[in-house]
Design a protein around this ligand. Structure first.
Ligand code: ADP
Ligand code: ZN
Length: 820
């Protein structure tokens, strides 16, 4: 047995130098340590928390190892399959395990020196018995309120603060967060349950009998039994009981003193509702049922199925059926959405059917709530369905049966910064395989890659071309704004047709969505005299006008300056806005339709979770007539009364310099059009463009996905783009332009020696200076059927060689595998 005792441990740390770091294990810890636990270890003069990755019972290291300092957990906080998943992400997307660890864990579980610690709100010293050291910590926090972990350690006088913080967390004394964020509010609620005296039906009847002379108590007890039965649970919230029975708490107290009912406090989960009424799901229509059967039969021999169903065909209803089937088999389901913005409508729909089995996971929830979801899943305490965005692929599921990737074509599934730059759809397929689960990709406008996989037989393909109730897809009318401009018939950005249709819809008390793919007031401002365009001082981009704040803002780094009346360059001319964003359109709509109620939906109006929900709710309940918005209005939203969608300008989507621009333009326009006429009758879309003959415009009008796909595939083939080729972007950044030029040309020539013409660049990315760093980009294109491992390995080697040179020490090299 002795040889089995681990003597060294590999730990994943949030550091960008290696995947794991090795430490020796002090004897007293040897028997307690397991893979997946958190430990604290020294690195140079600092202390970090990390995750145990592997244990070794022999020591192969040549050099002396340092001891790990402490173990934070009694049991692993991640499951073994999660480590395999992290490894895949780290390998495929070329990021360190430490980066994956940082992305995977909610900050409440990460505990690093940058975290903040503070007392829980409403904390009372008398509540819990504290050790002397914990007492000191509480005193410090009472004085200092919120502290960085580092400062906390210094003031309390401990070298390793994490064990102390961990015990304080366990006692519910403190909270830890990554940023200065919203506060923790513990929610305790009073519950009522039956005592031993009510443990059988016979005893219940006896109790009721004996209460004959206390009519009010008898009634309340009857009511309690019926609530228990209705909700199928033993404990009922006191509030609910008294409210629905219309009884006083004195009556309840009476039942308690007779020893029939027990009243007690319980921490109410912040995430669920104590009693949720559930409804039956909708029966599927015949097209949906056919699709469901096809999906199920594909799953017999395929791991992934693509459901291509037109907007409003009822894909969500099919998902609901499939979720139910999975739950019946005792499996968990992950339902992925591309954006937080979409969760509220879906939460409502899913909660109605699945009640408390549903958990929601995304970053607009507080850390505490996210930790709660994590722990509940880890300890098998509930949540059979998780509805979440990208990061929910990292949760500790026990037995996933099905992953649904809704709106699978959305590029927000790809994480851009920081690393790991993973694509949640593709990662989901890998995650599903680890669980022997199935993945369903759903969309009205499949990504070229997924459709190609389906046609190639790698994915099953199920198509659904009928909307629910067979309502026709909207009629799309293209309006030539170039011609109208020439004839001076445009009223600012509105064609006469657009104005007439908006007016007609408003007359009929129908709702309108106006879509413009740009936020802010104007993309840039220009001096009327010298044509000077104010630019960001940190980035190579022009500043966007935000009129409401009277400010010019950089959409890359957030740099903001107040707008001057006169041009800062010539001091002569005035700054005039050019182009238009959603803010300006909102302004104009208010002027053009003074009686209409107008709202705007874009990143600027939805900084908080509630702001977003409010706008959606107001539109849903028809307190708003016209909703102006960016791509946010295009996605998955389901409104009954929208009869008109206006696309204000298709040109900037079509002319965007990227090989996916046309695919994306088609998807955006088809999706936003899909918001029109969903429930009652055919809707209308007015599409303003200066190029009515553009193939994409014609494909959108004809709702001809297949032609779009075929044409894009031809172009992708001609220019060596995905899905024929795989792309790896190498971004190099440095404060000094010459350094980055030197380093990038060195990198390019070393790669070229092996990969020849597959290497492009170095060139300047569209924005070549961001936050005072100069950027150079090298693009590597590798045949899709070749392995990209060799390329990744070579890039790693060359990067290492470059970074070892003194002059390139502070150079940043980022890889983006399969960039979007
Ligand atoms: P999709 O996800 O394909 O865009 P949805 O699932 O949102 O479509 O369905 C569009 C609308 O039609 C929703 O309001 C939905 O409730 C309704 N609907 C779809 N299928 C049915 C059905 N079988 N029974 C009742 N209502 C349905
Ligand atoms: Zn900037």
């Amino acid at each position: 047995m002795d040889s089995q005792i681990p003597i060294s441990v590999d730990v994943i740390l949030p550091l960008p130098l290696a995947n794991t770091y090795t430490y020796s294990i002090p004897k007293e810890y040897a028997s307690k340590l397991a893979v997946g636990m958190r430990v604290t270890v020294p690195v140079k003069k600092k202390i970090y928390t990390g995750i145990v990755y592997a244990l070794h019972s022999s020591n192969k290291q040549k050099y002396e190892l340092k001891d790990l300092i402490s173990i934070l957990d009694d049991y692993p906080i991640i499951r073994p399959f999660q480590l395999s998943f992290w490894e895949w992400i780290s390998e495929y997307y070329q990021s360190f395990l430490g980066d994956v660890y940082k992305a995977a864990l909610p900050s409440g579980l990460k505990l690093d020196s940058e975290s903040y610690v503070e007392l829980r709100q409403n904390f009372e010293e008398s509540e819990s018995a504290l050790t002397p050291q914990q007492d000191i910590a509480v005193d410090v926090l009472l004085k200092e309120k919120k502290m960085r972990v580092n400062d906390f350690a210094r003031v309390v006088g401990v070298k390793e603060p994490y064990s102390l913080i961990k015990t304080l967390l366990d006692k519910d004394v403190v909270v830890v967060s990554e940023y200065l964020r919203e506060n923790y509010k513990p929610k305790k609620e009073t519950f009522v349950r039956g005592s031993q005296k009510l443990s059988s039906d016979k005893l219940k009847n006896k109790a009721l009998d004996e209460l004959k002379s206390a009519k009010k108590q008898q009634q309340l007890l009857m009511h309690f039994f019926s609530l228990q039965q209705e909700a199928g649970v033993q404990e009922i919230s006191k509030k609910l009981l008294l409210e629905t029975a219309n009884a006083s708490s004195a009556i309840l107290k009476g039942l308690e003193s007779k020893g029939l009912l027990e009243i007690y406090q319980k921490e109410k989960s912040r995430l669920d509702l104590s009693v949720v009424e559930t409804y039956d799901k909708h029966p599927l229509n015949k097209h949906q049922e056919k699709a469901r059967v096809e999906i199920t039969s594909h799953f017999k021999d395929k791991n992934v199925v693509l459901l291509h169903g037109v907007t409003s065909s009822g894909k969500t209803e099919i998902y609901i059926q499939l979720i139910e089937e999975a739950l019946k088999k005792g499996e968990q389901v992950l339902y992925l959405l591309p954006e937080i913005a979409l969760t509220s409508q879906l939460t409502e729909r899913l909660k109605r059917v699945f009640g408390n089995k549903l958990g929601i996971y995304h970053s607009k929830f507080s850390d505490t709530e996210r930790v709660e979801i994590w722990n509940n899943l880890l300890l098998d305490k509930g949540y059979e369905i998780i509805l979440g965005v990208r990061s929910s692929v990292f949760l500790p599921f026990k037995k996933l049966g099905l992953i649904i990737v809704d709106e699978e074509h959305e590029n927000t599934y790809k994480q851009f910064d920081p690393a790991p730059r993973y694509h949640a759809r593709n990662a989901a397929v890998v995650l599903a395989n680890l669980h022997a689960a199935k993945t369903l990709l759903g969309t009205a406008t499949p990504s070229i890659e997924s459709y190609n996989n389906a046609l190639a037989g790698k994915f099953g393909l199920v198509e659904l071309f009928k909307r629910h109730k067979e309502i026709a897809l909207p009629e799309i009318i293209a309006v030539d704004i170039k011609e109208l401009r020439r004839k001076k018939q445009m009223r600012s950005f509105f064609s006469p047709t657009m104005l007439e249709c908006v007016d007609a819809a408003l007359q009929k008390k129908e709702q309108v969505i106006l879509f413009q793919n740009r936020r802010g007031y104007a993309p840039y401002v220009e001096c009327t005299a010298c044509a000077h365009v104010p630019k960001c001082k940190n980035c190579d981009v022009s500043l966007t006008l935000h009129k409401k704040f009277n400010a010019l803002t950089c959409h890359y780094c957030g740099y903001t300056e107040s707008i001057q009346h006169n041009c800062s360059k010539c001091d002569d001319g005035q700054l005039e806005s050019q182009g238009f964003g959603t803010e300006k359109i909102e302004d104009e709509v208010r002027q053009l339709f003074p009686d209409a109620r107008v709202a705007r939906l874009d990143t600027d109006t939805t900084r908080t979770k509630t702001a977003y929900e409010k706008i959606i709710q107001n539109f849903q309940s028809h307190e708003v007539d016209i909703l102006v918005g960016t791509q946010m209005v295009s996605k998955g939203l389901d409104f009954e009364n929208v009869s008109l969608v206006g696309i204000l300008n298709a040109d900037n989507m079509l002319n965007f310099p990227d090989f996916r621009a046309h695919e994306r333009a088609f998807q955006l326009m088809a999706q936003v059009s899909g918001r029109a006429g969903r429930k009652n009758k055919q809707g209308t879309v007015i599409l303003q463009t200066s190029d009515t003959e553009h193939p994409i415009i014609k494909q959108v009008i004809a709702n001809d996905y297949l032609s779009m796909y075929k044409q894009q595939m031809l172009e992708r083939k001609d220019f060596n783009y995905p899905p024929y080729f795989r792309i790896i972007n190498i971004m190099m950044k440095h404060r000094d332009m010459h350094t980055v030029i030197q380093a990038s040309s060195k990198m390019a020539s070393e790669l070229r020696a092996v990969f020849g013409e597959r290497v492009l660049g170095p060139d300047n990315p569209p924005v070549f200076r961001i936050q005072n760093l100069f950027l150079k980009r090298i693009v590597l294109k590798i045949e899709a059927n070749a392995s990209s491992e060799k390329a990744k390995e070579l890039i790693r080697q060359v990067s290492k060689k470059i970074l070892e040179q003194d002059q390139f020490k502070s150079l940043l090299i980022n890889l983006d595998v399969d960039p979007m």
